[in-house]
Design a protein around this ligand. Structure first.
Ligand SMILES: NC(=O)c1ccc[n+]([C@@H]2O[C@H](COP(=O)([O-])OP(=O)(O)OC[C@H]3O[C@@H](n4cnc5c(N)ncnc54)[C@H](O)[C@@H]3O)[C@@H](O)[C@H]2O)c1
Length: 347
């Protein structure tokens, strides 16, 4: 650490941003000095809860008045492009929640705007920062199973998510854009870039507008295969929400991850059990701590990006590939086709 404390502004004081604010409050190296929500009452309530001096209803007004090193955007996707284009003109580091954008053109415009302004654009993609996945990646990088040739990343539950995030029941593009992005990021993180993708979608709960389940098959450039599957309408006891389970195979062994954060390393004649569950943050609560802890890990990484030591993981430019997979998955499902990702473009 350099001893610097980076000054930040938060845009969007809704459901998930409370995790952002709890994380920033406890991290040396960063401090939120102003918050903004177009719903002024929400902005004021957030400022009061975390003892922040300034609350704004307009992001432009906030960034004209405040001097900040970073902007943390925790709004939903439709607002991201104008907010990122604004923020990169005022701060050297801009963090944008997933989904990065609703379409590739907007996402590419944001990457270009950040480049033109000389700002780092990081996507708040926290599944790869969840402790079990950090540990799995280390084990694979250490060569414990050899180079992986198969993976499955699975997020299936029946939790009533619509209480905290009511907009999820209303969006036409639901699980692929909400959780699929996270699973596709894991697939790329562990298995490399995708060559071909196919997908099926299902609408199991008649109360939601979009697909609430999907299954996607990815052929990677490396020759590896991965399956990403998700359902918000599964009967599982105890319900695993909001945790992801995984299975990764290599030539020398296999790794499994269950909903309790237990990793099992299978090697010939041997089974090793590793408890990779994270600590519950002082402000957190089980089972949300898998996500809450990942927010802290992501933010620690963002501070390193601010100090100029490393690029964002993932950066906006990197996340274009994940977004492309999600958008292509809708095309694959809609038309019953396999998509060649090497020359896919959004129509
Ligand atoms: N990474 C994760 O694990 C995770 C988990 C949950 C949600 N999310 C993502 O976080 C984002 C926010 O989700 P949420 O559930 O908190 O949504 P939310 O609707 O509860 O909160 C969004 C807030 O942004 C505000 N807002 C929107 N446009 C604005 C603008 N132009 N200026 C100022 N404020 C604006 C809204 O008034 C609202 O208060 C979504 O993109 C969602 O996908 C990520």
């Amino acid at each position: 650490m350099t001893g610097t404390t980076y000054r930040g502004a938060l845009i969007g004081c809704g459901f998930f941003s409370h995790n952002h604010m709890n994380g920033w409050r406890d991290l040396p190296g960063a401090e939120i000095v102003a918050v903004c929500d177009r719903d002024e009452d929400r902005a004021r309530a957030m400022a009061e809860k975390f003892g922040i001096a300034k609350a704004y209803a307009d992001a432009g007004e906030m960034l004209a008045a405040e001097t900040v090193d970073f902007v943390d955007i925790a709004t939903t996707a439709a607002s991201h492009r104008p907010l990122v284009e604004l923020a990169v003109r005022h701060a050297k580091t801009v963090i944008c929640q997933k989904p990065f954008a609703e379409n590739l053109a907007d996402a590419e415009a944001m990457v270009a705007a950040a480049q033109a302004a000389g700002a780092s654009l990081i996507i708040h993609e926290n599944f790869r920062w969840q402790k079990p996945f950090v540990d799995l990646k280390s084990m694979i990088d250490e060569g414990r199973i050899g180079v992986p040739h198969f993976a499955r990343f699975s997020f299936r539950h029946g939790y009533d998510n619509y209480v905290n995030q009511p907009y999820l029941a209303e969006i036409e593009r639901f699980t692929i854009m909400d959780v699929g992005l996270h699973l596709f990021d894991l697939a790329r993180h562990f298995m490399g870039e995708a060559k071909r993708l196919s997908c099926t979608t299902q609408r199991l709960n008649p109360k939601v507008k979009g697909e609430d389940a999907f299954t996607s098959l990815i052929a990677h450039v490396s020759g590896a295969t991965s399956v990403c599957d998700c359902s918000f309408q599964s009967v599982v006891e105890p319900d695993p929400f909001p945790r992801t389970v995984a299975w990764i195979e290599g030539p020398r062994g296999s790794l499994s991850l269950d909903a309790e954060g237990i990793i099992q390393l299978h090697t010939p004649g041997h089974l090793e059990r590793i408890d990779a569950a994270p600590e519950i943050p002082a402000w957190g609560e089980a089972p949300w701590h898998f996500v809450q802890d990942s927010v802290i890990r992501f933010q620690e990484h963002a501070i390193e990006v601010m100090s100029g030591r490393i690029d964002g993981r993932p950066s906006g430019a990197d996340n274009l590939h994940t977004l492309a997979l999600a958008l292509a998955a809708y095309e694959a499902a809609g038309n019953g086709i396999t998509i060649d990702m090497t020359n896919w473009s959004e129509t």
